[in-house]
Design a protein around this ligand. Structure first.
Ligand code: BES
Ligand code: MN
Ligand code: MN
Length: 455
């Protein structure tokens, strides 16, 4: 048996304990009161990278949540691989729906339950453990390695575009490998060919200087909630298409080849509807469910608030109303341009009698895509075929990893997905979990991927 496999097998108990330690840190990037926990998770990662044998490990300040760097650059003549992952996690509310407390990781039936178990702590640990096995068992890795682990992915990496220019040389590499991502099922692998971009706005509608009696003032002045719903209603047509002027201008049409590739990925409509608890789907006419979810742009309202929300009755004419909206973008849409279009649209559709503000959210991510036959994907496909006994599906994701656009624009490198989460693992939801079988498999698969990339 290979030395690294003996090493991995001999250290699985310790590795699991370490994963549980990592999962106990409540590194929720969205909550300001958790900033120290995000920093503590960064320290944990830095320490773990060092003990794995990485050199020049540093926690780099960004002005927001930090980035952890490390490298191992002793494979002369071999490519340099930038391993990526994130150590921040999503909020846990509604916490009462969790079977076990989200930051008290619990192992049940071969699964570890905790916030961040799959997205992305369990996944991002795999390449670190794989590299430790290589360095400790054989003293060398088959490629040069750099690591970039961030603490702000789940809030859209707001400081990364401004952080990266000062670190272009430090992160200079030939290819990024993202440990944030997944596989198709326990028995079927995938290649991730694209991610959508993202941008968003908050709409704030301001009315009178204070809440008022709705009997005394209703009918005499504008109501901010009515004004807001009028604006929101104008954003999307009844058929599900986005009504913002210019929204689709830069959307590259799907080629027949792309549509055929998407159609080759199995999709069970009834199973999907059962999973989401609905009996019909809804979306843009002329596109399949997969196309709507993977390669068409969307505008979704994420939250709306204002006025009286408690039980009972309060005859109030509220003085403000708010909504948060995000758009998922596809090639060649530009987040900044889309924000501009939203601002224009809202200005044109704002009814009289209120002051309407459009405040861009700090999230900005460009859509990202990579060819299936890219050299990185060919290496990933070879390894996945070896591990699963079948070739990977060519899939896409409706989700976003904003840093992929920064790697491409500022470092000039592509990113392949090499993660082992599975879509049923409740990412961002109560009872998030990661399969221990995936945790073990991912460590060996990472060793093999690095070997393939070094060939
Ligand atoms: N890991 C996800 C994105 C993802 C999910 C990629 C499934 C591939 C397959 C990532 O952590 C995520 O949730 N991203 C956010 C980004 C946002 C907050 C800017 C998303 O997509 O909502
Ligand atoms: Mn993630
Ligand atoms: Mn996520």
């Amino acid at each position: 048996m290979n030395a690294y496999r003996t090493y991995l097998d001999g250290n699985q108990d310790r590795y699991l304990d370490e994963l549980l330690d990592f999962l106990r840190i409540p590194s929720i990037s969205a909550l300001p009161e958790r900033a120290e926990d995000v920093a503590r998770a960064g320290q944990w990662v830095a320490q773990r990278l060092s003990s794995a044998g990485a050199e020049n490990v540093e926690v780099l300040p960004t002005g927001g949540h930090p980035v952890v760097y490390g490298d191992w650059l002793h494979a002369e003549g071999k490519p340099t691989i930038l391993v990526y992952g994130h150590f921040d996690v999503q909020p846990v509310d509604p916490v009462e729906l969790w079977t076990h407390p989200p930051f008290e990781p619990t192992v049940v039936d071969g699964r570890v339950y905790a916030r961040g178990a799959s997205d992305d702590k369990g996944n991002m640990l795999a390449p670190i453990l794989a590299v430790e096995a290589l360095l400790r068992s054989g003293g060398a890795a088959p490629v040069n390695l750099k690591f970039c682990f961030e603490g702000q992915e789940e809030i859209g990496s707001p400081q990364i575009p401004e952080f990266m220019p000062a670190h272009v040389e430090r992160f200079a590499s030939d290819l990024a490998v993202s440990a944030d991502g997944g596989q198709f099922s326990e028995t079927e692998p995938l290649l991730l060919m694209s991610l959508r971009g993202i941008c968003g706005v908050q709409i704030d509608v301001h009315g009178a200087s204070t809440d008022l009696h709705s009997g005394l003032h209703g009918g005499r002045i504008q109501n901010p909630i009515h004004a807001l719903t009028q604006i929101l209603g104008s954003l999307r047509r009844a058929d599900g298409t986005v009504a913002v002027e210019g929204f689709y201008d830069d959307v590259a049409a799907l080629t027949e080849v792309e549509r055929a590739a998407i159609a080759r990925v199995p999709f069970d409509r009834d199973e999907y509807l059962c999973e989401v608890g609905l009996d019909e789907e809804f979306g843009e006419p002329g596109y399949t469910n997969r196309e709507r979810g993977w390669v068409r742009p969307t505008l979704e309202m994420n939250g709306i608030w204002g006025g009286f929300q408690e039980d009972g009755i309060k005859t109030v004419l509220p003085n403000a109303a708010h909504a948060k909206i995000t758009c998922r973008l596809v090639a060649d849409q530009d987040p900044e341009r889309i924000i501009g279009l939203l601002e224009e649209h809202v200005a044109q559709h704002a009814p009289p009698g209120v002051r309407v503000e459009v405040n861009p959210l700090s999230i900005r991510g460009r859509p990202y895509s990579i060819a299936a036959d890219h050299w990185g994907n060919r290496a990933a496909a070879a390894v996945l075929t070896e591990f699963y006994g079948r070739e990977p599906y060519q899939t896409r994701s409706g989700g976003s990893i904003p840093i992929t656009g920064v790697f491409l624009e500022q470092l000039g490198i592509d990113t392949i997905g090499f993660g082992f989460g599975i879509e049923d693992e409740n990412y961002h939801a109560p009872d998030e979990f990661f399969r221990l079988a995936s945790f073990r498999k991912s460590q060996r698969a990472y060793v093999r991927l690095l070997e393939e990339l070094g060939k």
